[in-house]
Design a protein around this ligand. Structure first.
Ligand SMILES: C[S@@+](CC[C@H](N)C(=O)[O-])C[C@H]1O[C@@H](n2cnc3c(N)ncnc32)[C@H](O)[C@@H]1O
Length: 376
């Protein structure tokens, strides 16, 4: 067994990890595995898990491995020691900081920013108090920065925040006290926008975006391909559950009418605002764990797309399994809950038509799946 992961690989499948921080940093667990073996391992894990659950898609779509150098979003821990700011990720299975100077997972633009960040944070970071900086790229190279662990009572000079934004090329900087607090914009040169097909939304701070543009393209394509078997006219309705800021909803709009449902108030609000400009698009805020859609509400939909957090969508799938919706497409970042939810759908009479693996969490043990289910 290696120290990087609980999984064992034979020596012939191993390679020299490309990142100098690999031994310390807990972000990647599988850099020491050759690419071919890494890909085979991920596919095999998904296959074994589905087999354990007696699930077998009729078709395995070719897997997509997005590769390193593509992450457009990063969350880093930052600490000011004295006249020095250090930055890094957590160590493997630990809250200790593993210092990094660069990260091979990131896009070249993000990689450039994190090299500038320590010096740019010198006047912002409080001494001896760990803060988290999330940076995310929206449309047209607009970088949004959300700092968790700072609030306005720490009132930094506007000039210092403006200087951080200028040095790092951030179009907006926001603070929030902790992950449960609302974020407060400190400076906004532009509000970052995100275009998803026919939809353009103004992103709230800390909005969920797929971690890579290439991964997003692959997931959107898999969802749209899943709908290719049904005839959809512009007036036909598809519902996008756990919609985030409309990654799938926007593309779906090019084919049909769409209702998007999201539980996070800022993200749902940005969709509700965007819906004002689209006759065939609507959005609502709803907690889908507490209040899943019931059959009566789903009667008029031709298809459902659901993309829940890692916990999956058990309660929603229990209702969906009893529905007559022709096509259900499940997107998941957790194969275990995906298998559980798929079993609920197949037990209710849905056929497991296809599965695609999209790996945009390179060198980690995580993987994303898109499953297509059709009512028999
Ligand atoms: C994996 S993300 C997918 C977002 C979107 N489909 C995308 O691809 O960009 C899961 C989404 O579910 C939302 N969510 C989490 N818990 C929820 C709940 N109880 N009800 C509704 N939405 C929820 C999150 O805010 C997040 O936007």
């Amino acid at each position: 067994m290696t120290q990087y992961t609980e999984f064992e690989f034979p020596p012939e499948q191993l390679q020299k990890p490309p990142c100098p921080h690999f031994k310390e940093c807990g972000s990647c667990q599988l850099q020491h595995v050759k690419q071919e073996s890494y890909e085979a391992w991920k596919e095999q894990r998904v296959k074994a898990l589905l087999a354990e659950n007696n699930l077998e898609p009729e078709e395995w779509k070719p897997s997509v491995f997005v590769g390193a150098g593509s992450r457009r979003r990063v969350s880093l821990n930052i600490l000011r020691e004295d006249k020095n700011v250090i930055l890094g990720y957590n160590k493997f299975h630990s809250h200790d900081l593993a210092l990094i100077e660069d990260c091979l997972l990131l896009t070249p633009q993000l990689s450039k920013i994190i090299k500038i960040l320590p010096a740019a944070m010198l006047k912002i970071a409080p001494k001896g108090h760990l803060i988290e900086v999330m940076i995310q790229e929206a449309d047209e190279g607009m970088f949004d920065c959300l700092i968790t662990g700072l609030d306005e009572s720490g009132a930094r000079q506007t000039g210092e925040i403006a200087s951080l934004a200028e040095k790092c090329g951030f179009c907006r900087v926001s603070f929030r006290k902790d992950t449960f607090s609302e974020s407060v914009t400190q400076i906004a040169i532009h509000t970052p926008k995100k275009t998803n097909g026919a939809l353009c939304v103004l992103l709230p701070a800390g909005a969920f975006l797929q971690p890579s543009a290439l991964g997003e393209i692959a997931l959107v394509k898999a969802v749209m391909d899943g709908l290719s078997h049904i005839k959809l006219g512009k007036r036909d309705k598809v519902i996008d559950l756990f919609s985030g800021c409309g990654t799938f909803a926007g593309e779906l709009l090019s084919r049909c009418s769409v209702h998007a449902v999201e539980g996070d108030w800022p993200m749902a609000s940005c969709l509700i605002e965007a819906a004002k400009g689209h006759a065939r698009f609507s959005a609502e805020i709803r907690d889908l764990y507490k209040e899943p859609f019931v059959n009566r509400e789903l009667r008029n939909y031709k298809a459902v797309v659901f993309d829940p957090p890692r916990a999956g969508a058990k309660e929603q799938c229990q209702t969906l399994a009893k529905s007559d919706i022709p096509v259900i497409i499940g997107v998941s970042c957790n194969p275990a809950t995906f298998a559980r939810d798929s079993k609920i759908l197949t037990s209710g009479g849905y056929q497991f038509k296809s599965l695609q693996i999209v790996d945009q969490f390179s060198w980690s043990t995580h993987v994303e799946l898109v499953g297509v289910f059709e009512k028999i």
